[in-house]
Ligand binder design. Structure first.
Ligand code: GRG
Length: 299
């Protein structure tokens, strides 16, 4: 019997949760009792998260019948980048959060220096893992050029067109002066870029053609934007969301258009995401369902 979306999501999470610590350990040097870094990086990586982005890699790859074995390590690479971004996001110089995923933030347990180094560790390991996976995929049905393209997409998503730039703009934008376009840019880079890279990786490793890739990208961009707005709408209670209130002075759509306006925007973006899946017909059903699930989430 075909699996339901909740079953697929649970299976993806199980595989990723089991594989993440293995991949980190494989990249480790000889253990040193003075070195707190391996434990810190592991702590941030394996702490309880939803694993939404890895699921996107799997579901996007499934559109093109990519074997799950080819998608697992790329999905873990994406989660490593995500974990690195959460560590940095929580630093006192950024969102200044003391808890994450219901536990003390990494800089609280290990100090700022180790937290920054753990983020660098996870980010660099992500590229090692993805490059190895792309090399293996390049030896299969996927062209070497496509395999390299996958690595390049993730790199671009991290830098000046993605997470780093989005975060820098987020920190510098006066919340009350944020225009709609500015907010869209911030969210598309800070959050959307990793959703887009996740979907792109799955599609590329499934052998998608350019037109199919563009459709997948449009889906993920809309879902990513909606995801950030929902995140900003969620109640900040630590017990519920596992994180502290976001920096009070953050520029958000909720602040710009109010709660109802933000909810309407989430619905519109989700609708665009589902429409982008049109070319895939019934094969896009799980991704469409995921967009609705993320739209309606309460944590
Ligand atoms: C690591 C390349 C790199 C750059 C860092 C700090 C920074 C630049 C970017 C911050 C990006 C960021 C944290 C955006 C917020 C995205 C967001 C809504 C996070 C919460 O994601 P969930 O709900 O969390 O998927 P879990 O805990 O479930 O994984």
């Amino acid at each position: 019997m075909p699996k339901t979306l909740p079953e697929l999501l649970a299976a993806a999470k199980r595989s990723v949760d089991a594989r993440l610590p293995q991949l980190l350990a494989e990249g480790a040097g000889e253990a040193d009792p003075l070195d707190a870094l391996p434990a810190a990086a592991r702590e941030a990586l394996v702490s309880e998260g939803k694993r939404v982005r890895p699921a996107l890699v799997f579901l996007s790859g499934a559109l093109f019948s990519a074997p799950e074995a080819r998608l697992l390590d790329p999905a873990c690479a994406i989660e490593m980048v995500h974990a690195a971004s959460l560590i940095l996001d929580d630093l006192p110089s950024m969102d200044d959060a003391t808890t994450r995923r219901g536990r003390p933030a990494l800089h609280v347990t290990h100090g700022e220096a180790v937290a920054i180094l753990a983020a660098v560790t996870l980010l660099s390991r992500a590229f090692g893992v993805l490059a190895d996976a792309a090399l293996r995929a390049g030896a299969e049905r996927i062209s070497g050029e496509s395999a390299l393209d996958a690595v390049s997409r993730l790199a671009e998503a991290c830098g000046l067109a993605g997470l780093a730039s989005g975060q820098a703009l987020d920190l510098k934008t006066p919340p009350d002066a944020a225009t709609f376009d500015r907010l869209e840019t911030i969210h598309a880079r800070k959050t959307g870029a990793l959703f887009v890279a996740s979907a792109e990786l799955g599609a590329i490793l499934g052998g998608a053609r350019q037109r199919e890739l563009a459709a997948v990208r449009s889906y993920a961009k809309n879902v990513g934007l909606a995801f950030q707005i929902v995140d900003d709408l969620l109640p900040p209670a630590v017990e519920k969301t596992g994180k502290q209130a976001r920096r009070v002075e953050a520029p958000t759509f909720v602040r710009h258009v109010g709660e109802d306006g933000a909810r309407r925007l989430v619905h519109e973006l989700t609708q665009h995401a589902v429409e982008a899946l049109g070319p895939f017909g019934g094969k896009g059903e799980h991704l469409a369902e995921l967009a609705l699930l993320l739209r309606d989430r309460t944590s």
